[in-house]
Design a protein around this ligand. Structure first.
Ligand code: DHB
Length: 368
């Protein structure tokens, strides 16, 4: 018998370093997808090559080059942080290799290469609903605090524009370093100014440290409401934050508590395969990214070139565990529901419980 032909997918993730939880979540979700759907697609055997870039952009770039030239991957995927996606984008363009961004969330990423598609989210997309919720719920004066790099700036701008347009006041815009952040001096400024709320964006994996310092400073008891995108109440960390986090309202595209049959099945299977983990919004980006790759291979054929595969991805819609999603043909970005959620206890565990839905939200910067 002939040996089965192989289609290689290069999955580049931060498996070590400050963003290791992003890599761990996405790898687990991608492997779950393959285990559920089988390792043969369009007559070819799928081989997943997982590589650790440690969160350093020069390493992402070197690995992407090696996967394209030596391994001849059909697709590049992963990209745990915005600078890592930016670093690989020119290589996707030069080699005409589809690049599926499963994590990084700055709006401008999809504009760095015509071969980029995204299954995560964008910060402006996730931010507008919490700005609307705040202005409709008696919050008048806010301070924003974001991690000082591209997705944080996206969140800060989107919040400011939306909230002030509705009549709200932004008292200060604070930016905290990405590497080894110390929130204390920033939180002291917030304590002194006593806004109605603090809007926060920190990347996945940092929320635990932030919330600990917020509580240590007594800001929860001082009447400063904590609001933000759902990155801060990340499902990977939420249950260890303690009851002081109860009642915090955020907006995001995914909660492990999303009450659909598709999500219940996803969470159950993820936990069965990874007993000590709860899937977070990074996991869903990885799971849906694998779905997009599988469906594109089925549609374009196992031997399709990069341009044909990309074309098959553009315009694709499906029902994800997060809800209905579309990869817009023009922007190659994801349109999806954004949910407003409140931290509550469910069966003794802390969850982001959704209570309002903004349906089919595109990235507001690029539109449909
Ligand atoms: C990015 C990383 C994150 O962990 C996150 O939660 C949002 C955005 C980024 O670097 O794009």
């Amino acid at each position: 018998a002939e040996a089965q032909e192989v289609t290689k997918i290069g999955l580049i993730l931060p498996m070590t370093g400050q963003s290791a939880s992003t890599g761990r979540q996405i790898e687990a979700a991608a492997k779950l997808y393959i285990a559920q759907k089988g390792a043969t697609v369009a007559g070819r055997r799928i081989e997943l090559l997982v590589r650790d870039d440690t969160g350093a952009a020069d390493i992402t770039r070197r690995i992407a080059q090696e996967l394209i030239v030596n391994e001849k991957v059909a697709v590049l995927a992963g990209f745990g942080l915005t600078p890592l996606a930016f670093a690989a984008a020119p290589l996707a363009t030069q080699s005409k290799t589809p690049m599926v961004v499963m994590a990084a969330a700055t709006s401008a990423i999809t504009e760095q290469s015509p071969f980029i598609v995204r299954t995560s989210f964008t910060l402006p997309q996730a931010t507008q609903p919490i700005a609307d919720w705040a202005s409709q719920n008696g919050i008048k004066k806010v301070i924003s605090l974001v991690t000082d790099y591209a997705p944080g700036i996206d969140a800060e701008r989107a919040f400011k524009e939306r909230f002030t347009k509705a009549g709200g006041e932004l008292l200060a815009e604070l930016r905290v370093p990405l590497r080894n952040p110390d929130f204390a001096p920033f939180l002291q400024r917030v304590a002194d100014a006593k806004p109605d709320a603090l809007f926060v964006f920190v990347p996945s994996g940092i929320g635990g440290q932030f919330v600990k310092q917020f509580i240590e400073r007594g800001l929860d008891k001082a009447g400063v409401r904590l609001i933000g995108t759902g990155d801060v109440t990340d499902d990977d960390l939420l249950n260890d934050m303690g009851d002081a986090i109860l009642g915090v309202v955020t907006s995001h595209h995914y909660s492990a508590a999303h009450p659909s049959p598709e999500n219940k099945a996803f969470v159950q299977a993820f936990r069965a395969a990874n007993p000590n983990m709860r899937p977070n919004f990074m996991a869903i980006g990885g799971y849906d990214g694998m779905h997009l790759i599988y469906e594109a291979l089925k549609k374009a054929g196992g031997a399709a070139d990069g341009t044909a595969l990309l074309g098959a991805m553009q315009g694709m819609s499906w029902v994800s565990p997060r809800g209905p999603v579309t990869i817009e043909a023009r922007t190659r970005d994801i349109t999806q529901n954004i949910y407003v959620r409140r931290v509550e206890k469910v069966d003794g565990q802390l969850y982001n419980v959704e209570f309002a839905t903004f349906e089919a939200v595109p990235d507001p910067i690029k539109g449909r």
